[in-house]
Design a binder for this molecule. Structure first.
Ligand code: AMP
Length: 222
């Protein structure tokens, strides 16, 4: 299954991708995660991206497109993939479409997590992330069993610098300015399916599984 998860920051895309990874056995490709890794390693790409990320601005298209094109060459994407946080601009969407065409494959569905800005702000304010496996938690809605420790891998949890309220507000502005037009872009291609990202994670997960079955993307026994 090849999916694009679309929606504003804090819509729950990463949370769902983490939950879906188990059920679908396909890799979760998050450009945000990859960029943060590059920043941590202080690689040339990381040094270029750092400033944009900390201000909640988009990293330039050419950098992000190159990262995704490289990732799509890996063997594990043969079984499918979930793209989370990419594409974020029309240029990125067009680059993706060209790349997939060359590989003779296409996107099955674009799931749009329609979410109120207040939900994003509330969620990102309490978000904690695993420094090792990138699993997402929330101090109130989805706390780990042991405070500060990831349930899945035992890694230390941390708070993202760009989850400060002021930066989140800028990330939302950037989303509406640069990314929201992709909703129509994918709707016109007949790929868009919309769900409410305001609902709780478990409920969204159930909606997603039902959607995949309805779309014939999963055997009905699963
Ligand atoms: P995310 O983890 O998806 O919220 O992304 C965190 C930050 O990484 C964003 O605010 C951007 O600065 C950068 N980023 C992630 N994905 C992209 C993308 N597709 N295009 C441009 N910048 C991106």
């Amino acid at each position: 299954m090849r999916l694009v998860l679309l929606g504003p920051p804090g819509a729950g895309k990463g949370t769902q991708a983490n939950m879906l990874k188990e059920s679908l056995s396909i890799p979760h490709i998050s450009t945000g995660d990859i960029l943060r890794e590059r920043v941590k390693d202080n690689s040339p790409i990381g040094r270029k991206a750092r400033q944009f990320i900390s201000q909640g601005e988009l990293v330039p298209d050419d950098i992000v497109i190159e990262i995704v094109m490289d990732r799509l060459k890996a063997a594990d994407v043969k079984s499918g993939f979930m793209l989370d946080g990419f594409p974020r601009t029309r240029l990125q969407a067009e680059a993706l479409s060209r790349a997939l065409k060359k590989l003779n494959i296409s996107i099955d569905l674009v799931v749009y997590f329609k979410t109120q800005p207040e939900t994003s702000i509330r969620r990102l304010g309490g978000r904690r992330i695993c420094s090792q496996c990138q699993a997402n938690y929330h101090v109130q809605n989805m706390p780990p069993q042991k405070q500060g420790i990831c349930d899945q891998c035992g890694g230390a949890l941390y708070e993202r610098e760009d989850d400060k309220e002021e930066t989140v507000r800028n990330r939302l502005d950037v989303y509406f300015r640069e990314t929201a037009e992709l909703i129509d872009y994918y709707r016109e291609k007949g790929l868009l399916r919309t769900l409410s990202g305001d609902k709780e994670a478990k409920e969204v997960f159930a909606i997603l599984m039902a959607l995949f079955k309805q779309e014939g993307l999963m055997p009905s026994c699963q």
